[in-house]
Structures are given as C-alpha cells and as structure tokens.
Design a protein around this ligand. Structure first.
Ligand code: AMP
Length: 262
C-alpha cells in the first residue's frame, strides 16, 4: 500500500501527525511518500509564494526520523513544464470561503493533486482537518475523476494556546502571534453560544457577535466567518450542534485560517 502525504514543507507537528498516520496506514510493508512542493499555481498575485518559508534540509531530516520511505521534492519546472496549459477545476465546493477570497487557489490545489496522484499512484492520501474545505474539494475531485485513492482526514494539531499550527505562523511578529489566538477563541465562543442556546442560532447574529470579538484585537482583520454543513459545505442559515464553522483572519500581512465543529 502506498500512502501519500502532500505538503508545502516547513514541516511542523501538524504535518508530522499526518506522516505518523500515513505510516500506520501503510504498515511495515507499505510505503509512505511525503511530497514537499510549494505549488505556485495555488498562490494568487500579491500572495506569499515568494517568501513562503522553505526549509528543505530540515524537512528531509524530519521525514527520515518519522520513517517516511520517500520524499518527493520536485522543482517547479518538473511539475509545470514549459507551456503547461491544463488545469483541473472543482466547480461547486471550491466557490465559497477560501475560493471566494482566493479566486484561483483551489484550481491550483486540484491541478497539483491530480498531478501528484498520477505521478505517485497512491492507494491513500492523508490531509489535515485544518484545511477543511481543501479536503472536501480534493475528495470531490478524487471521486469525480475516478482516482482510485482513499482520502483520509487527520485532526488539526494546535499550539498549547489553541492556535492551529501553520507554516505561516512563522511570519507573525510577537504581537501578531499573541493576537492570532483569536481564531480559535472565536470557534470556542461559537461553540459555547451554540451549547447554551435553547434553539438554533441565526447565522447572521452569531457572525456579528464573533466579528465584535475579533475586532477587539487591534492587529486582526476579519476576512470571513462561515457556518456550513461539514460534508456538503452548504451554508447554514441557523447554527446548531454539528454545524461547522470556518474563518480567515489577517494578522498584519499574514492570513490565517481555522475551522471546527460546533
Ligand atoms: P501545507 O503544507 O500547509 O500545504 O499542508 C499540508 C497538509 O498538512 C495539509 O493536508 C494540511 O491540511 C495539513 N496541515 C497543515 N497544518 C495542520 C495542522 N495544524 N494540523 C493538522 N494538519 C495540518
């Protein structure tokens, strides 16, 4: 069994948890293949492709330590050969949230994933719940295009103060890092509101309440908060236990995302 763990590198505990999960899935006889590729087509103009953290040597050592069998770290040119002109587009789940804020983002994600599935031919691929919409879009593409690949989702790994681990946390200055806990605080506040409410809460009302919470952090600028069905990603007008929430917040120039079940 071949298990793929696709990453953009600058590995942290979140990535490492996926590699451990892959190792377990593959078993002693199977192969774990970690890809490290900062995929330029999923970055928009003016986004952080150029200064995305790249720490390949350290990443390779971590992969070895965790018992991955192969690290595939191709060059840009190897993946996008000169004159590349074919893209893979998921046209429903990819429209809202991250897709609305970053217009060509998911087109880049599904294109590179289709390429990696073809190149590696894995039986399974492990993704983090941290990027909930991304996992849903990839799962949809995998089914729609008949890739014989099982999509496995692993839980979000967090710092001790609740901040979801992310390579982009490296870009935060000390003050931004402190205020970045507001993403998880907003999810927890929503969870508490839902738990204490006698009936489903109107999404607009809950969004306004959480927006006020985020606005209190001077360095935080809200991009979006959405409530939705965890499987179909259909927006929820009323929010109750089991509704999923996702949000994106800028801390200075760094854009962070998080999500959770309420
Ligand atoms: P990235 O390198 O950011 O493209 O992420 C590669 C994979 O790691 C994706 O499947 C992410 O969802 C997953 N991942 C990133 N951060 C975390 C985290 N904090 N916990 C669990 N998985 C994560």
């Amino acid at each position: 069994m071949i298990v793929l763990v696709p990453t953009m590198g600058c590995l942290h505990e979140g990535h490492l948890s996926l590699i451990r999960r892959a190792r377990k899935l593959a078993g002693a006889q199977g192969k774990v293949i970690v890809t490290i590729f900062v995929n330029k087509t999923q970055f928009g103009p003016g986004e952080d492709f150029g200064n995305y953290p790249r720490t390949l040597k350290r990443d390779m050592a971590l992969c070895r330590e965790l018992g991955s069998d192969v690290v595939f770290a191709p060059s840009d040119k190897a993946i996008y050969t000169a004159g590349h002109s074919t893209f893979v587009v998921e046209s429903r789940l990819a429209k809202r949230m991250e897709g609305a804020s970053r217009l060509t983002h998911f087109r880049g994600v599904t294109t590179v994933m289709a390429k990696l599935f073809n190149l590696v031919q894995p039986d399974a691929a492990v993704f983090g719940a941290k990027d909930w919409q991304q996992a849903a879009v990839i799962r949809q593409m995998t089914g729609d295009l008949n890739f014989p690949v099982r999509i496995v989702l692993a839980p979000t790994v967090r710092e001790s103060d609740g901040l979801a681990m992310s390579s982009r946390n490296n870009h935060l200055c000390a003050a931004e890092r402190e205020q970045a806990t507001v993403l998880h605080a907003a999810i927890r506040a929503a969870r508490a509101a839902v738990k204490n409410a006698p009936a489903p809460l109107p999404a607009g009302m809950l969004r306004r309440k959480l927006t006020r919470l985020i606005d209190k952090q001077r360095l935080a600028k809200l991009d979006y908060i959405e409530f939705f069905d965890p499987t179909t990603l259909e927006p929820a007008k009323r929010v109750s236990r089991g509704t999923h929430m996702a949000l994106a917040v800028f801390l200075g120039k760094t854009r962070l995302i998080d999500n959770g079940r309420l």
